[in-house]
Write a protein that binds this ligand. Structure first.
Ligand SMILES: NC(=O)c1ccc[n+]([C@@H]2O[C@H](COP(=O)([O-])OP(=O)(O)OC[C@H]3O[C@@H](n4cnc5c(N)ncnc54)[C@H](OP(=O)(O)O)[C@@H]3O)[C@@H](O)[C@H]2O)c1
Length: 312
């Protein structure tokens, strides 16, 4: 990071990160504000702003920066449109927008890569209104924002990072288990609604790509430090299938029982090709074993998984 450069993280309360300007919808939310202010070195370096995506002007003072990590994601749909302008924008996107399914719905391409876009006109066995609405909005938003890179002399330089399912850090500062980590651990926790999301992931992507939250943070900084980067970069460290995940759990946590309905019936449909980022020099620090172990550790600490579960 250039010395004295300013960075804005919209939705700064979602996960830990390298923050200078962070936005929240409600500065009176003491749990979120307290958490952010407790981050080491926050004093003097962290400035909090109140801003809602549906009132884009509220972001003006916050994005008076060189870089914006646009992390905020509204989970409730709204018809207003948002217009962020200027600067260099880094967006975590959702790998579910990059399905390697053929556009006519007949089977998979051999690999998931940056050229893939999820066909939106089909209904999927494991999708419901919420998950399909989320996938559709992330797909349309990513295509739209990438089109700004083509505008000659445009004010934006855009990098999108379609991220795999994110596993939490074992040392998380959050007081709750993030939804994505719940999905990763659904075969251990026995939460069927979360397992449905894992099944949808494999139905759309042909596997269940994963990445560790620390690598997600690192990749954002990596992209910031490389001004030559532009466009779409798949961010996934590994791509186990549901079956491979349950085999790993059974081997590593033998005292756990996994019921038949959590085994999954879907075979591998495709492989996730994560080469583009790595060809540019990015190295993932966490593979599948560490992602799962940290997620389990996080869930244990938060009391979601039994603490007497023996370690692998
Ligand atoms: N977790 C994953 O597995 C995963 C995978 C791929 C991509 N992603 C993407 O990564 C980004 C962050 O995901 P996450 O899992 O960290 O989400 P998260 O924990 O739910 O955080 C979402 C953030 O968005 C902010 N937000 C929600 N509605 C808003 C609104 N109307 N206006 C302004 N801010 C709003 C929230 O801020 P306040 O509530 O404090 O205002 C919150 O800090 C999203 O774009 C998501 O699609 C996540």
């Amino acid at each position: 990071m250039e010395e004295k450069s300013k960075v804005c993280v919209t939705g700064g309360s979602g996960y830990k990160g390298h923050i200078v300007h962070a936005t929240l919808r409600n500065l009176d939310d003491t749990s979120k504000v307290g958490l952010l202010k407790s981050v080491p070195n926050a004093v003097g370096r962290l400035v909090l702003f109140q801003a809602d995506i549906y009132n884009p002007c509220e972001f003006e003072p916050a994005i008076d920066c060189q870089f914006v990590f646009h992390v905020a994601i509204p989970m409730v749909p709204n018809t207003h449109s948002s217009q962020c302008t200027r600067i260099r924008l880094k967006l975590p996107c959702w790998v579910m927008a990059s399905s390697p399914l053929n556009q006519d719905g007949t089977g998979f391409k051999s690999s998931l890569d940056e050229s893939c876009w999820t066909p939106l006109d089909f209904s999927y066995n494991y999708g419901d209104e919420f998950t399909m609405g989320y996938t559709k909005s992330k797909t349309l938003a990513e295509k739209e924002i990438l089109s700004y890179n083509d505008v000659e002399n445009g004010k934006l330089e855009v990098v999108t990072l379609p991220c795999a399912l994110v596993g939490a850090g074992g040392d998380t500062v959050l007081s709750y288990l993030p939804t994505s980590t719940n999905v990763i651990l659904s075969q251990l926790t026995g939460k069927l609604y979360a397992f449905r999301a894992l099944q949808l992931l494999q139905e759309l992507l042909g596997s269940g790509p994963l990445v560790h939250v620390d690598d997600v943070c690192e990749v954002h900084i990596f992209c910031m430090d490389k001004p030559s980067l532009k466009g779409k970069f798949i961010c996934a460290a590994c791509d186990p299938t549901i079956r491979e995940m349950v085999d790993y759990y059974r081997k590593s946590y033998p005292d756990l029982e996994t019921s038949e309905e959590f085994l999954g019936v879907l075979d591998r449909g495709s492989i996730c090709n994560n080469a583009k980022l790595m060809e540019d020099g990015f190295e993932y620090k966490y593979g599948m074993k560490m992602i799962i172990e940290d997620s389990v550790e996080c869930a244990r600490r938060l009391g979601v998984l039994s603490s007497c579960l023996s370690s692998p």
